[in-house]
Ligand binder design. Structure first.
Ligand code: DAH
Length: 359
């Protein structure tokens, strides 16, 4: 075999090895690659007078690869380390602020955008907003809401708990509803009542349930709670408030609402609130299961025990409250068929809500 052919053989192997070197994350595996091993095995198979030349070429190739690997290692260690949990400016060599990036790189998540809209409608109706919390205790989740220990209705709010316990020795809870904020909000704004002003607060927040996840159920979702307390409040005020909000949110003043009796320990009476289907105007379609109505939320008149726990005289004051699922509302508004899209990070979904509205 000619030296020329032997050289070609090594050159071809070099080409393949350099390509592999570019592709692999752990560069050192190239030195153990079967291609290189095969070249070394080949030395012994060659006639004696060709071994020297071929061996030298193979060694040269190995040295070249070793050199490239160590250069790559040096270049990598020269990169600044990034603390992914730090604020942006700390990781940026140039101390650039995120505002310098073009807006087309991202857009507001549909949940944030619609939540902002929901809150602005309630603000225009005179409600203030207080954010709920993502960890709470048993008393706010149940006790303050008239669910005594052992009450079977607690089972409807099966959620996640920590191993850490509160001062009563009970596990801390990822709240299954924003109602766990009712006691705090009523107690905090109680002075309004003395000044002859109502308590009117909406409470947006993230809520959690031990759910089998499917197109309609998520283990993590958002709710907006509402609480209104004053003298002479009745259930008609509740229905009118929710209808006004819904007509504004859906931009459709033809929407009608209906209620039917339900049970929650923290309201008396309790209602399930339905909206005429915005897709078919009560004609019946697949989205409303051909009933013309969509069940939307739970609500009712605040139970006297809940007022009492928050230090409000239930003989003098009455109030209403509701809790609605935010994803469900957005899904109805835009005809979204699967709740899991919200947390999926799918760009094809998110882009439909960006300013350009690209499908
Ligand atoms: N917290 C209830 C739930 O998530 C919904 C609810 C019902 C909230 C009645 C209220 C209410 O404030 O008054 O199932």
């Amino acid at each position: 075999m000619l030296n020329e052919d032997l050289k070609n053989e090594v050159d071809k192997a070099r080409e393949r090895l350099l390509k592999q070197l570019e592709q692999v994350a752990d560069k050192t595996i190239i030195l153990r690659s079967s291609d290189l091993k095969a070249l070394y095995q080949r030395i012994a198979q060659l006639p004696e007078d060709q071994r020297g030349f071929f061996g030298q070429a193979v060694n040269q190739l190995k040295n070249e690869l070793t050199q490239l690997i160590s250069e790559h290692r040096e270049a990598e260690s020269a990169l600044p380390t990034v603390d992914v949990s730090a604020p942006f400016a700390l990781n940026s060599q140039f101390n650039r602020r995120p505002g310098l990036f073009g807006a087309e790189l991202g857009s507001c998540h549909p949940l944030s955008r619609e939540l902002g809209l929901i809150l602005s409608i309630f603000r225009s109706m005179g409600f203030s907003a207080i954010e709920s919390r993502e960890i709470d205790d048993d008393w706010h989740m149940f006790g303050a809401l008239n669910f005594p220990v052992g009450h079977p209705a607690r089972d409807d709010y099966d959620t996640f708990m920590t191993e850490q316990t509160d001062k009563d020795g009970l596990p801390l809870i990822a709240p299954a509803h924003t109602s766990s904020m009712q006691n705090r909000v009523i107690a905090r704004y109680k002075e309004n009542l003395a000044k002859n002003e109502p308590i009117a607060v909406v409470i947006p927040g993230r809520t959690f349930r031990n759910e089998d996840v499917d197109a309609r159920h998520e283990h993590t979702f958002y709710q907006v709670e509402g609480v209104y307390i004053d003298k002479g409040v009745n259930i008609g005020n509740l229905i009118a408030t929710l209808r006004t909000f819904l007509q504004s949110y859906f931009g459709n003043d033809k929407l009608s609402v209906k209620t039917q009796p339900f049970y929650f320990p923290f309201t008396e009476p309790s209602l399930e609130f339905s909206l005429s289907c915005p897709f078919c105007n009560k004609q019946g379609c697949s989205i409303c299961s051909f009933s013309g109505w969509i069940e939307l939320l739970g609500c009712g008149m605040v139970h006297p025990n809940v007022l009492k726990e928050a230090g409000v005289d239930s003989k003098e004051y009455q109030g209403f409250a509701w809790g609605m699922g935010v994803e469900r509302l957005i899904m109805m508004k835009y005809g979204i068929e699967d709740i899991r899209h919200f947390e999926s990070s799918k760009l094809s979904f998110l882009r439909q809500f960006s300013a350009g509205g690209e499908a």
